[in-house]
Design a protein around this ligand. Sequence first.
Ligand code: PMP
Length: 311
Amino acid sequence: MTTSAPRSVATVLDDDPDSRTVAFGSNSVQHGSAVFEGIRCHRTADGSAVFRLDDHLRRLLASARAMGIRHEYDLGRLREVVLRAAESGGLRDAYLRPVLYTPDPRLGVGLTAFRFTLGVEVWPATDVVDPVEPVRLTVSPWHRPGPSVFPVGVKATGLYALSALARTAALANGFDDAVQLDPATGRVAEATIANIFLVRDGVVTTPWRTESLLPGITRDSVLALASRLGYRTVEGPVDRAALQAADEVFLTGTAFGLVPVAAVDDRTFDQHRPIFTALRQSYRDAVSGLSSTPPGWLTPVPQRAETGVRT
Ligand code: PMP
């Protein structure tokens, strides 16, 4: 799951449409003071649609609120800027990264003093989406932070130093990614930038939200789709032994969808993954509008050719 060097196709800085850059001295660069989302749009029969746009934007607003970040965006305005960026990128399949950041070139960690604004970076999905080959995981010695350290449901850029630490150590040891444990329970929480699922005897299980994890939007979608396909789903405690005993293991996240896990440390899983395969197909059908989806899951991207947004 290493990412190749991505080339973005559009940068939309809402308060400074003529610029593609943020000052090196800005507080967001110097202190990681920003909140963000990763959102996908996918090719559909009629053009392109953003998957669960409002759910992502609500999470962005919640992240800003949790950090005490002051800004002038409501859901409607965020939606407008993100869709404008998606349109200006001109890609059917894209990864959109809205970031509420501060361009203020000042140091300090008291965020109330800073002006926050929205920037959106657009990448071709193929440049950001990790390969979908099965990945090999190792259980990381680096746990997720507990709730008294940081609210892990908040997508703050600075928090990803912790994921980088765990992923980089896993890569150095020859693995693709790391399973991170909850610091209090020692049970499985999630991977560095993805949620984790296991299948045992036909039951689809993912760690419950009481573990230290980001409750992903893909995780939620997969739970809904699994129920629709008639599988029993469980959000519950997952200890390391349960992971080892699983028939199938997979990861979920917006960038790449569902990715099969080939091994966790020295436990390898059968390459025949019937339930994973069914769920991945169901997810692909949902995001590309080939199956009916709950209201709000697909937002069409307006066709290109207006605005004057610089790309
Ligand atoms: N956990 C972490 C730590 C993540 O960064 C992500 C990616 N946003 C996920 C889980 C998956 O969340 P989602 O399905 O909403 O992309």
